[in-house]
Design a protein around this ligand. Structure first.
Ligand SMILES: [Zn+2]
Ligand SMILES: [Zn+2]
Length: 322
């Protein structure tokens, strides 16, 4: 089993942000080097996807240093530029460290739809809805709500009444649109975790003839910041929101999930407590691994035990210690 994720000692902030702009290959190298230098100097961890179409990031660290890091990152992209729509969340002492290191990945797309030609709308375009406008318009009769995320994300939480495509990765979304009967003249509302997937998804919908498409600005993370669970007005978000770091998910108040850990077999959110058939260690499995393995009557705690059990069924082994 993987070692336990370290906990934060002091109150830490995580910020998610992105920006589309055209960079040259030289710019990308310069920005990459600058980000590494700043992260090292300021003690920032996180994951940044960088490319010739912009930057997509989640970074974490002490609040003041993080602020400075995000300002400098904007400056690196373009002098005087400041990121819009930064989604912030807090990690309290004792909660899981969201990242163990600082990583920059250079990719052809900063969100992968396999369409480098699709350019987002202007950030100020009326197709971007603030959480308040989203909250109001979602309740209008005839609104079609589409979750642009993957199935493993939507199963643990989504907006009330949303259609949840059965897709394993975002690049399958346009194909799902083609085979799903939808009214292209109906007002259509799309959302994702932090808003970036919708920047491309909206262009894909428009290309296919959808007439009125709106995207949730800043995504679910922005919405739950402004409409936290158990407060008035009542949140339209149900369940938890999968995030791409050690927290696995955040709850309806933006706090690290208490409910989900990562499945040791596939890394997806897990909540089925089991005992390993081979070593008797407790483990938490995701829905799909739980079901596939259950039919074989062989629930295991780890890839290691799964392998040994498949080679020598019935043979017990040493506990896989945390
Ligand atoms: Zn085991
Ligand atoms: Zn799994």
């Amino acid at each position: 089993m993987k070692p336990a994720v370290p906990r934060v000692k002091e109150r830490t902030e995580a910020q998610t942000f992105y920006h589309f702009l055209t960079l040259s290959a030289d710019d990308v190298r310069r920005v990459e080097a600058g980000l590494h230098q700043d992260a090292k100097e300021l003690g920032i961890v996180g994951l940044i996807i960088l490319g010739t179409e912009g930057l997509n990031a989640t970074a974490s660290g002490p609040s003041r240093e993080l602020q400075l890091f995000v300002e400098r990152a904007g400056e690196l992209l373009s002098p005087g530029f400041r990121f819009l729509n930064i989604k912030s969340s807090w990690i309290e002492p004792g909660e899981k460290l969201p990242f163990l290191e600082f990583v920059v990945k250079v990719r052809p797309e900063i969100v992968t739809l396999k369409r480098t030609d699709l350019l987002p709308h202007d950030p100020n375009s009326p197709t971007h809805l603030s959480p308040a406008d989203w909250h109001e318009q979602l309740q209008a009769p005839g609104a079609v709500i589409i979750d642009t995320r993957n199935t493993y994300e939507s199963v643990i939480g989504t907006f009330r009444g949303a259609l949840t495509p059965e897709i394993e990765e975002f690049s399958e979304f346009p194909e799902w649109l083609d085979k799903t009967p939808l009214d292209k003249s109906a007002p259509t509302y799309i959302f994702c975790t932090g808003g970036i997937r919708c920047e491309k998804a909206i262009r894909s919908l428009e290309e296919k003839g959808f007439e009125k498409v709106y995207q949730l600005d800043g995504g679910i993370l922005n919405y739950i910041n402004q409409f936290p669970k158990n407060e008035k007005p009542e949140s339209l978000w149900d369940g938890e929101c999968f995030v791409f770091d050690n927290r696995i998910a955040v709850d309806g108040n933006g706090r690290a999930s208490q409910k989900y850990t990562a499945c040791p077999h596939c890394g997806q959110p897990a909540q089925h407590a089991v005992f390993c058939v081979r070593c008797d260690s407790p483990a938490t499995l995701c829905d799909s691994c739980y079901e596939t393995q259950a039919t074989r009557d062989a629930l295991t705690c780890s890839k290691n035990c799964a392998h040994h059990w498949s080679v020598s069924p019935g043979k017990k082994g040493h506990p896989q210690v945390l």
